[in-house]
Every structure is written in structure tokens, then in C-alpha cells.
Design a protein around this ligand. Structure first.
Ligand SMILES: NC(=O)c1ccc[n+]([C@@H]2O[C@H](COP(=O)([O-])OP(=O)(O)OC[C@H]3O[C@@H](n4cnc5c(N)ncnc54)[C@H](OP(=O)(O)O)[C@@H]3O)[C@@H](O)[C@H]2O)c1
Length: 350
């Protein structure tokens, strides 16, 4: 019996102890607001500059967050001298261009999820990171949360025995007019929401070796919902689903020979994890309070700052190779469901 008697404590360091770097915010949209609020509340990181396609929007964001420098183009932003790392928070079809221009300008990058719209694009980002020697990581913030470190320790110690399967869903409701309905921004739930389930299952079980996917279009012109069953090495499997039609109970269930772990809803945010022995005789809970992005986005920034200050080019929490593996599964799901970015004028290979 390997089922633990108690849960480990998270090893996640205090974000305030990370060396303070100078951050530039590229794309002052919704998530950038949460990211800056999280940094300013929970770290000693310096938000030094913000860049927008519009100087007015950059200045408005800068005055809301007390940021010294606001510029009206991304070219000007990456050329600034007093910046160490760029946080790319533009829509996902632009991540390749914006990550590459930042690294070519000598800046490290933390790129919002998904790091790109296809595995091909992610490979290009990884190649530029290797050539320029800049730090580069996908801001898959959930994997940087203390709760994920607790889960990792339980699994690494064999606490659930041999893993059998992972089941997870991510759905939300979006108002008409949200960018998720825009095909030109690679809309639909797969990349915005499905990125999380795909990251979970591939980081827990490894690459998808086979995929069986199906989906249904939304009347507004993008895919509306889809599901996939995937086989991974060692006789394991995952079942994932994503929808833009509403809020299911967004949990992760991880089934092993000795027990079951449940990452409670909302799985991508701070919150509790419960593990129950296979015979259901013992239940242990890691009681992280439910939180939001502002309470959790800072962990990835602190990790990036620590790695950059140490001269490292990646974080083991989200290697570029792991982002590529997620996107390979995403590419195959899209192929089977018939989601074409080319129809919307997007070049997923360039
Ligand atoms: N980690 C999380 O929890 C989380 C949550 C939400 C979103 N995200 C990710 O963050 C990225 C941005 O999402 P968001 O919800 O913040 O989007 P958003 O509110 O629309 O903001 C995106 C920003 O990018 C800039 N931009 C550059 N090119 C653009 C274009 N062609 N169309 C529209 N905006 C463009 C815009 O700023 P300017 O025009 O002023 O430069 C805009 O404010 C996405 O990749 C998404 O997947 C992550």
C-alpha cells in the first residue's frame, strides 16, 4: 500500500523572495490587468513598461497600474533598454510573432497560454529561444501553483500507485462579442480553455499516442464544443472535453491503482485537492483556499525571475518540449474535428 498517511507541504517558494526583474507588458488586455495586479500584490517584481498598438491604451493602463513607461507600439516596447523580460499577453495567433520579436531584441519572454496555435509554431519559438539564449516559457499558470506541487509530490512518491486515467473538462459561458467567437483569433474553446486539460493530461501521462475526437460547431462560426479520448504510454488513457456553452463542474479526476485524486473546481485556479484511497477508507485534503488569477498568476512570474536570475533558459515546471507535446495533441484533435485556422486566414505553420 503506497497511499500516503498525510499530504506533503508545497515546496513553492514565497514569490516575494524572487529576484526583482523589470517586466514589460505586451498587450494591455484582460489577462494583463490580472497579471500586473498579481505581481504588484504578491511580488517585488517591477512592472517597468507597457506597450499597446495604441499609445492611449498604453497610457491608460500605465496610469491604472502606476507603470513608468508607456509606448504605442510593440516594436518600441521590445527595444526599451530598461526591460529584462516581456510578458506576451496578446491573442494566441500573435504569440509566435511577439515572442520571437522580443527574444530577437534580447529580452526574455513569458508567453500567455497557449504558447502558439500549433505545435509547428511552438517549435519555431523553441528554436529562436535556443538560438538567442533567452529564457522562454508558456504561462501555464496552474502548473506553478502550490497545489500542483503537492499533487506532483504525491504522484512522484507513487501515492496513487500506478496511474490509470485522467478525466477532465473545462467549460465556461461567454457573452456574444467575446474574442472566443472570432475565427481570426483562433476562436473556439480548444485553445482558450482546452489548453488546460491538454496540459494536465500530457504532463501527468505523457504524449497522446492516439486520439479519438469529435466536436460540434457553434452557430457563431467557430467550434462550440468537443471531446477527446486519448491513449498514452503504459496502458493509460485520458478523457477531456471543452465547451463555450456553459460552466460544468470543472474538476480533474486522476485515477490510480491505489487511489483517486480530485483537483476541485475551478481546477486552473488556487483551490483544494482531495485524494481518496482505492477502498475509499481514507481521504486526505490539501486545503488551499479557493482563489482567482490575481492570487495565483504571480507564482509563474516569480519562477521565471528565479530561473532568469540564475542564468537558466527554461523552467522544469513548463518546458517548451511540454508545450509542444500539448499542441501536438491539440493539432490532432483539430484535424479530426475539422477545425481549420487556414480558413480564417491564419498560418499555423508560419
Ligand atoms: N492565464 C489565464 O488565466 C488567461 C486568461 C485569459 C486569457 N489568457 C490568454 O491571454 C491571451 C490574451 O487574452 P485576453 O483575454 O487578455 O484578451 P484581450 O482582453 O482581448 O487582450 C488582448 C490584447 O492584445 C492586444 N492585441 C494585439 N493584437 C490583437 C488583435 N489582433 N486583436 C485583439 N487584440 C490584440 C490588444 O491590446 P492593444 O491593441 O492595446 O495592444 C488586447 O488588449 C490569450 O492568448 C489567452 O489565451 C490567459
Amino acid at each position: 500500500m503506497t497511499f500516503p498517511q498525510a499530504l506533503p507541504s508545497p515546496r513553492t517558494p514565497d514569490s516575494r523572495d524572487a529576484p526583482p526583474l523589470r517586466w514589460a507588458i505586451m498587450g494591455p488586455g484582460w489577462i494583463a490587468e490580472q497579471f500586473v495586479a498579481s505581481l504588484q500584490a504578491h511580488t517585488t517584481q517591477v512592472v517597468a513598461a507597457v506597450g499597446s498598438r495604441s499609445l492611449d491604451r498604453a497610457q491608460a493602463f500605465a496610469s491604472r497600474h502606476d507603470i513608468a513607461t508607456a509606448v504605442g507600439s510593440y516594436d518600441e516596447l521590445v527595444a526599451l533598454d530598461d526591460v529584462d523580460v516581456v510578458y506576451v499577453a496578446t491573442p494566441h495567433p500573435s504569440h509566435l510573432e511577439h515572442a520571437v520579436m522580443s527574444m530577437e531584441a534580447g529580452k526574455h519572454v513569458l508567453v500567455e497560454k497557449p504558447i502558439a496555435i500549433s505545435a509547428d509554431q511552438a517549435r519555431q519559438i523553441a528554436a529562436v529561444a535556443a538560438r538567442t539564449g533567452q529564457f522562454c516559457a508558456e504561462a501555464l499558470w496552474t502548473l506553478f501553483l502550490p497545489k500542483w506541487d503537492v499533487l506532483r509530490q504525491v504522484l512522484d512518491a507513487g501515492g496513487l500507485g500506478e496511474l490509470r486515467s485522467v478525466h477532465t473538462v473545462y467549460g465556461e459561458h461567454f457573452p456574444d462579442g467575446h474574442r472566443i467567437f472570432d475565427p481570426a483569433l483562433a476562436g473556439g474553446p480548444l485553445l482558450d480553455l482546452g489548453t488546460y486539460p491538454l496540459a494536465y493530461v500530457t504532463s501527468l501521462l505523457g504524449p497522446a499516442r492516439s486520439v479519438a475526437a469529435a466536436g460540434v460547431p457553434d452557430v457563431r462560426g467557430v467550434n462550440g464544443q468537443l471531446g477527446a479520448t486519448m491513449l498514452h504510454d503504459g496502458g493509460t488513457m485520458s478523457v477531456v472535453a471543452t465547451t463555450l456553452h456553459g460552466w460544468p463542474r470543472n474538476e480533474i479526476t486522476i485515477i490510480g491503482s491505489e487511489g483517486v485524486a480530485t483537483v476541485e473546481a475551478l481546477h486552473n485556479s488556487p483551490g483544494p485537492i482531495t485524494i481518496t484511497s482505492a477502498d475509499r477508507g481514507v481521504t486526505l485534503t490539501y486545503d488551499e483556499p479557493h482563489g482567482d488569477q490575481v492570487g495565483g498568476l504571480h507564482f509563474q512570474a516569480a519562477e521565471a525571475a528565479r530561473r532568469i536570475a540564475a542564468g537558466e533558459r527554461e523552467t522544469p515546471i513548463r518546458l517548451l518540449s511540454a508545450s509542444i507535446i500539448s499542441l501536438e495533441a491539440s493539432d490532432e484533435i483539430r484535424r479530426q474535428v475539422g477545425i481549420s485556422f487556414a480558413e480564417a486566414g491564419l498560418d499555423e505553420h508560419g
